[in-house]
Design a protein around this ligand. Structure first.
Ligand SMILES: [Zn+2]
Length: 106
């Protein structure tokens, strides 16, 4: 991938690049196609949010798809593993609901 000029809409481009344009929670690969990128609606989220004393250092930031960012929310996590467990639990709950109300074999 050629070096792109830094764009004001991607202030955390270094995090996007470090994380391989892939959601650190669910593994969604936004680099696969533009559609994958678009649907992901990526953002950089804090593992420990500012509201709980977190900072904006690289080791407190991860790339996240929109869905995982919504489920991580403002939860106070001390590690990426803790945040992943939280998102995974929310995803499992949503999948149960989906299977019951939307598509039984989903
Ligand atoms: Zn995700």
């Amino acid at each position: 991938m050629p070096d792109a000029p830094h764009d004001a809409t991607f202030p955390y481009q270094h995090i996007y690049e470090r994380d391989g344009f892939t959601c650190r929670f669910c593994g969604w690969n936004g680099a696969e196609t533009f559609s994958h990128w678009w649907v992901a609606s990526f953002s950089v989220v804090q593992i420990k949010p500012s509201s709980h004393g977190g900072n904006h250092d690289a080791d407190n930031l991860v790339l996240s798809c929109h869905a995982c960012a919504q489920h991580k929310g403002d939860a106070d996590c001390d590690s990426l593993d803790e945040a992943r467990d939280l998102v995974a639990a929310n995803r499992a709950h949503a999948q149960t609901w989906f299977s019951k109300h939307v598509k039984r074999d989903g």
